[in-house]
Design a binder for this molecule. Structure first.
Ligand code: BDR
Ligand code: CA
Length: 312
């Protein structure tokens, strides 16, 4: 059976690269829709960006749905300092000809899942988990329809990137994250421990630049801007490709080492809001609700990325 995906995102520089990985036409999987959520920038901008990226890749056949404009309980926190004021830098921005669907993303997720067979649809969230949690709250029966939730979020050994202990996506909506981890669905979690192993180094950028098509050149421009911020902040050679770990996992799961762990989220503490308590060494007997990614074959990851970009 062809794998069916819904990509939930907040583009976002690295969300854009994740879409570039996902969007070359293929018979191996079907993208039922792209749902957007406020995160890196506000909802209007992530919607425009998602549709623009679909146009750029020639995938206007994929419908885009707008979801939640703010987290479940907290006010929205955005990340313009990383992704620029518009959420994308390095792409010439334009108003896409394709409009967003009139149906709300949360209702699209519910309707699509409820019409599907059990455990038949994979969700790929690469922003705050608000849309997914809102759907689970509104129609808990969708949990049985989900094959896997392959998400970018959290941190264990690396520490946080928005506070000393929290990763951005989980920090923005920790209540939503807890709902997702408690849902009973198989969660496959790509946090900073693994995403910090895939850096857009100069050598990687040169490989991408050598791919002769418009999408690859856009990826090169996006990553050149994106790398600058992280190079200054962390002193690293390039920026971590956080979100693309999710699609890389769908395309080539053997690139990653995973361990079954319990994950809980600190939602309310002022100091550690958004911290993911990943029980890596089994200090508790809590149910292992997630597979936590802790190692990646970075060379294999970049071979995959360059290969996918070459398909445009
Ligand atoms: C995550 O936060 C966002 O800024 C990125 O798009 C990624 O999803 C990394 O912490
Ligand atoms: Ca993101």
């Amino acid at each position: 059976m062809t794998r069916k995906l819904i990509i939930d995102c907040d583009p976002g520089q690295d969300d854009a690269i994740n879409l570039f990985l996902a969007l070359p036409p293929t018979d191996d999987y079907e993208i039922l829709g792209i749902t957007v959520v406020a995160g890196n920038v506000g909802l209007d901008k992530v919607s425009r960006n998602a549709r623009l990226l679909c146009e750029l890749t020639g995938r206007t056949d994929i419908p885009v749905y707008e979801g939640c404009a703010a987290p479940l309980k907290y006010p929205l926190v955005t990340a313009e300092e990383v992704h620029s004021r518009e959420g994308l830098e390095g792409v010439e921005l334009f108003e896409p000809s394709v409009k967003a669907q009139s149906q709300n993303a949360v209702d699209f997720i519910i309707e699509t899942l409820m019409a599907a067979e059990d455990k038949s649809i994979t969700l790929l969230p690469t922003g705050p988990l608000t849309n997914i949690a809102a759907a689970l709250q509104k129609e808990p029966a969708i949990a049985g329809k989900i094959q896997e939730i392959v998400l970018m979020g959290g941190a264990l050994r690396e520490g946080g990137n928005i506070t000393p202990s929290a990763e951005f996506n989980i920090y923005v909506d920790p209540h939503a994250a807890q709902i997702v981890f408690d849902s009973g669905c198989q969660c496959i979690v790509f946090g900073l421990d693994v995403t910090h192993q895939v850096l857009s180094s100069d050598a990687v950028l040169e490989r991408i630049k050598a791919v002769d098509n418009e999408v690859a050149q856009t990826a090169y421009n996006l990553l050149t801007f994106y790398g600058r911020y992280d190079a200054e902040k962390y002193g690293s050679n390039g920026a971590p490709l956080h979100d693309p770990c999710t699609m890389a996992y769908i395309l080539k799961p053997e690139l990653f080492d995973l361990k079954a762990c319990n994950i809980r989220v600190e939602a309310d503490s002022e100091l550690t809001r958004g911290h993911t308590a990943v029980d890596f060494w089994y200090a508790t007997e809590l149910p292992r609700n997630s597979l936590w990614a802790y190692k990646v074959d970075a060379d294999g990851f970049f071979d995959l990325l360059v290969g996918q970009l070459g398909k445009y």
